[in-house]
Design a protein around this ligand. Structure first.
Ligand SMILES: [Zn+2]
Length: 329
């Protein structure tokens, strides 16, 4: 299954796959692609969204591929997957508001973006299962990977870096998400499209304030750095490739499916922060030896440890903004 997103990367991917399938050499691609467009352009008017869908259908059909359209909002609210194959796709003019209604009103933008990013990934996995696909291709390019990596670290998701930004995301037992364009940048793909006379679908972009969320800030940070130091993005991606997750643990986060580290004897960074908070709030008894004071503090800390959570550290922070537990999964 190939996830279609509006822009240069998806158009280039479409052309690459068609060329790969049409080859007459042993390198010929040997799978049957299914294209899926998860419709979530809620900043556009109904007419603009309809025009975009028509253009996407026309573009994919010109390569002899079919594309299935799924409403992101309907999936989040009903958890039902309705695949539309043609222009009969039903667009609601209040889809954006309906989508927002599943989270708390005062959710910070960073958490809101994060919740919808995770739900988007979950939606793709569910669609792939319905279509009986084992692999999903997503059109993320190098800038997305680099800013995602730094964002993950900023949001306490360091343990997810390898699956969130690596070539393969195999968090789900039966579906692997692959990122074939992760080493390309936008300029290369734009040139590729120009050289092959491709005309990617374009839509009006939303006006974003670069300082309104961690995700946008990271994107701006990486883009600005890349202008002055052209190797920035590659360096970040290569560092990310060296990070691996310990997959021996069995517990998985209920929201994002990432593995939750099992407690070891040593404190991890989350526990160290909590321990440090506890020690700072205690009145030390100076009649006792330092070691005894530490042992007492540690004992109190161990007794206070919560039951293991169903969420990873990062999701435990954002899950409180989701109104219904059914939305999680
Ligand atoms: Zn999680």
């Amino acid at each position: 299954m190939i996830s279609y997103e509006i822009g240069h990367p998806s158009s280039a991917l479409l052309h690459l796959i068609r060329s790969g399938l049409d080859l007459n050499t042993p390198k010929k691609l040997r799978f049957t692609p299914v294209f899926v467009y998860l419709e979530d352009q809620y900043h556009l008017t109904v007419n603009e969204r309809q025009t975009a869908i028509n253009k996407i259908i026309k573009e994919t059909n010109s390569y002899n591929f079919d594309i299935k359209i799924v409403s992101f909002c309907d999936w989040v609210l009903t958890k039902e997957i309705n695949l539309f194959q043609n222009t009969t796709f039903n667009i609601g003019d209040n889809d954006g508001d309906r989508l927002i209604s599943c989270i708390k009103e005062k959710t910070p933008k960073t958490n809101r973006n994060e919740i919808f990013n995770i739900l988007r990934r979950n939606a793709l996995c569910h669609i792939a299962k319905k279509l009986d696909c084992k692999f999903i291709f997503t059109p993320e390019i190098s800038i997305d990977i680099a800013s995602n990596l730094l964002k993950n670290i900023a949001l306490g998701k360091g343990a997810h870096v390898s699956v969130d930004t690596g070539f393969c995301d195999d968090r789900d037992d039966s579906i692997s998400i692959l990122r074939p364009l992760r080493m390309f940048d936008m300029k290369e793909l734009a040139f590729y499209n120009v050289l092959h006379s491709l005309d990617p679908v374009t839509v009006r972009q939303p006006i974003v304030n670069n300082y309104s969320s961690v995700q946008e800030l990271m994107k701006k940070f990486v883009t600005d750095l890349q202008e002055g130091y052209p190797a920035t993005i590659n360096t970040i991606i290569k560092i990310g490739d060296k990070l691996v997750t310990d997959k021996t643990t069995l517990r998985k986060c209920k929201l994002c499916e990432a593995v939750i580290p099992e407690p070891t004897g040593d404190l991890n960074s989350e526990e160290s922060t909590k321990f440090s908070k506890l020690v700072s709030n205690r009145l030390p008894d100076h009649n006792l030896m330092a070691q005894t004071r530490y042992a007492e503090a540690y004992e109190e800390f161990s007794a206070k440890q919560d039951v293991p959570s169903d969420y990873c550290y990062s999701c435990s922070k954002i899950s409180e903004y989701i109104l219904s537990d059914d939305d999680v999964e």
